[in-house]
Design a protein around this ligand. Structure first.
Ligand code: SAH
Ligand code: SF4
Length: 369
């Protein structure tokens, strides 16, 4: 087990080699009068051959490897727990260099993930340690916010899960712990590395960012050239309902959020709504009618997700009939909507919860390594 470093040491640490783009590596070599093709050799070692150390990069001259090691760090987050089996959702708990715990979830090929046929293996990735937005139903926000993840800590979740599981991931959703748009710079850098032909080569249409509704950042995303997908966690069709469960709505109310979405859609970009169904909170027919109206305005598809219980919280999912009747009401009002029906593929059941359980357990017993 590697010893955790303090936050100050973390700040003083060299940048990670896995946070660099190809262009930045080219600049590194240009500054040292080394040939430009060295940069591509390094990215091949990192993302194609999955080297674990600078020493393993055997076709680089020894002095080149030494210069890299002097300028950059090469860390790998430690996998401290894996839950689940090959056929079901698998959850991976990572310990970062400063001892922080984050989790990623691997979802196997699923016939109906997000209501679409999918033979893809999806990873649900965290973007922050904890979350500052404190949605009342969510495990990730329960213990507050610690820090943003760096770009390499985001990329390393994919590398770590592929290494640990032996599976090739071809779909990524930023629906783990944290609010991705509150960590926009590192998120976009990580997406560049994940999307690039020299990087992990996951197509932009297989990358989905989910946000609780940070209106100014949604406007910023509208101008991004990469065609990733954007999901808006709406969870309420009026300010009254939304503010009750999502404190972020007091900062960016529904009108300002929908205006930012209008702006996004006007740039010829598509978005979708996520709507978790919570019994007696947001599952009335009135909410369905209004939700359908918002979705039609933006030509947005709606993904309904039955709420997953979080230990210690009061909320629960509506009955099967009530979920189906909410879906019918949406369709009757002209919306395109799907309802997640499967068991065992519920990614959100995990996000934030594994970490919470482990943290609580480790207050009495040490975390298994
Ligand atoms: N912060 C971002 C992304 C992480 S949460 C966001 O809020 O969109 C990813 C999705 O999981 C969000 O739609 C969130 O509302 C949902 N979610 C959180 N806790 C859940 C739970 N217990 N059951 C079902 N969905 C949940
Ligand atoms: Fe944060 Fe998203 Fe959870 Fe809200 S739902 S607390 S924004 S992770």
């Amino acid at each position: 087990m590697t010893l955790p470093v303090t936050p100050v040491e973390l700040f003083l640490m060299k940048p990670s080699i896995k946070s660099l783009t190809l262009e930045e590596l080219q600049q590194h070599f240009a500054a040292r009068k080394a040939p430009a093709y060295r940069a591509r050799q390094v990215t091949d070692w990192l993302y194609k051959k999955r080297a674990a150390t600078f020493t393993a990069m055997s076709d680089l001259p020894a002095e080149t490897r030494a210069a890299l090691a002097q300028a950059y760090s090469f860390v790998r987050p430690e996998v401290v727990r894996v839950l689940g089996s090959k056929d079901t959702t698998r959850k991976f708990l990572f310990r970062l260099a400063d001892g922080s715990l984050i989790e990623s979830v691997l979802i196997p090929a699923s016939p109906a993930l997000y209501g679409e046929t999918s033979d893809r293996r999806t990873i649900c990735v965290s973007t922050q340690v904890g979350c500052a937005y404190g949605c009342k139903f969510c495990a990730s926000g329960l213990e507050g916010f610690s820090r943003n993840l760096t770009a390499d800590e985001i990329v390393d979740q994919l590398l770590g899960v592929e290494r640990e599981s032996g599976e090739k991931i071809d779909n990524i959703v930023f629906m783990g712990m944290g609010e991705p748009l509150a960590n926009l710079t590192n998120l976009l850098r990580a997406i560049r590395i994940i999307n690039a032909p020299w990087g992990l080569e996951i197509g932009a249409r297989h990358i989905t960012i989910s946000t609780s509704g940070l209106a100014p950042q949604i406007r910023k995303l509208a101008n991004e050239p990469t065609q990733f997908r954007l999901a808006i966690s709406l969870h309420g069709a009026t300010d009254e309902v939304r503010s009750r469960i999502m404190p972020v709505n007091r900062k960016y109310n529904l009108a300002s959020l929908l205006e930012a979405c209008d702006f996004y859609v006007a740039q010829k970009k598509r978005l979708m709504f996520e709507y978790i169904l919570i019994a007696d909170v947001n599952d009335s027919h009135e909410q369905a009618h209004l939700l359908a109206k918002h979705a039609r305005r933006l030509s947005a598809k709606i993904n309904l997700i039955p709420y997953n219980r979080v230990e210690g919280l009061e909320w629960s999912r509506p009955s099967r009939e009530r979920q189906e009747s909410f879906l019918r009401a949406l369709r009757e009002h002209g919306a395109v909507a799907t309802l997640r029906r499967e068991k065992g593929h519920d990614i959100n059941a995990a996000c934030g919860q594994l970490r919470l359980q482990t943290k609580r357990a480790s207050e009495t017993t040490p975390v298994e390594a």
